[in-house]
Design a protein around this ligand. Structure first.
Ligand SMILES: C[S@@+](CC[C@H](N)C(=O)[O-])C[C@H]1O[C@@H](n2cnc3c(N)ncnc32)[C@H](O)[C@@H]1O
Length: 287
């Protein structure tokens, strides 16, 4: 844990997303984008992006939504993706350079503290990039200042871990075979920090946003092709809660955990692929 008085803001996350995690997200970009595609497409559609909008994509990672937003705003608009992860931004930069989308750009910056020019964006958007701030209300004050009067905020975040089968089902299959896992603080920066809609409303209210709405969105995420359990297993053991759990235990315990995950994936195999349910919140607000 950082000393909040002296540490750089979001120092833990900066280290995390520039270390092994950022490298993995960069390496698995195509696979992760396929996985999250149903959520990205629905979020961009629900955000009400208009031709000509100036959009800030917070925690844009490897740039998937920067590209989608750039298509949506058209040549008269602009999309600026910001992220703290150098390896992920390198991927995003290469992808943007490979497309004729001059309205898209990325910037290495902490969205919580970057001194954006006030009032320069019509929309602040994020797919899973806003749950990692040490001081969320302050971060959203900074994001709100970057929005023009009446500018909009729209982001997707996760509902609770235990209600998200795509996280929880393989994890639940693995952990009985492994040493007891740490129980994370539900409000600590991380994927589930915004699982409680009342907390989200409080944070955005304190940050000065109005008309806050939190709506459920459900999708099925595909881990891989129908019948190819080993391919899905290779993916799932590299990233996320199962990967973290498998970092503990003896070889025999890990083998038993993998067998459990394999069974869980087999039970999730269907004609459209190996799919598990994802439960998000779509959050919107006005600056
Ligand atoms: C779960 S990933 C999502 C990436 C991307 N939006 C996507 O949907 O593929 C979270 C992202 O938020 C970024 N992030 C975390 N804290 C941040 C901050 N304070 N400012 C900007 N980006 C941040 C991470 O580096 C990471 O790329």
């Amino acid at each position: 844990m950082q000393d909040q008085q002296t540490a750089m803001p979001n120092a833990d996350q900066l280290a995390y997303w520039n270390g092994d995690a950022g490298d993995k997200w960069a390496r698995l970009q195509a696979r992760l984008d396929d996985l999250f595609a149903p959520i990205g497409a629905a979020a961009v559609a629900a955000a009400g992006v208009r031709q000509g909008d100036r959009v800030l994509d917070v925690g844009c990672g490897c740039g998937d939504t920067v590209l989608a937003l750039a298509e949506a705003v058209g040549p008269l608009g602009a999309v600026t993706g910001v992220d703290i992860s150098a390896p992920m931004l390198a991927v995003a930069g290469r992808r943007i350079a490979g497309r004729a989308l001059p309205q898209a750009a990325v910037l290495k910056a902490d969205a919580a503290t970057e001194p954006f020019s006030p009032g320069t964006f019509d929309l602040a958007f994020s797919r899973f990039g806003v749950m990692f701030f040490d001081a969320p209300s302050e971060a959203f004050v900074n994001i709100r200042r970057a929005l023009a009067p009446g500018g909009r905020l729209f982001f997707a975040c996760w509902r609770p871990f235990s209600g998200n089968p795509w996280f929880h089902t393989p994890y639940k299959a693995a952990v009985p075979h492994l040493p007891e896992q740490d129980k994370p603080d539900p409000d600590a920066p991380g994927p589930f920090a915004f699982a409680d809609p009342e907390r989200v409303k409080r944070i955005l209210g304190v940050a000065g946003f109005g008309d806050v709405e939190v709506a459920p969105f459900d999708a099925t995420l595909r881990f891989g092709r129908s019948g190819d359990i080993e391919d899905a297993l290779r993916f799932i053991v590299q990233i996320g809660p199962v990967a973290r759990a498998l970092a503990t235990g003896t070889d025999a315990q890990k083998e038993a955990a993998l067998a459990g995950v394999r069974d869980a994936l087999r039970n999730s195999d269907g004609p459209d692929g190996i799919g598990l349910g994802a439960r998000c919140w779509f959050v919107s607000a006005v600056a």
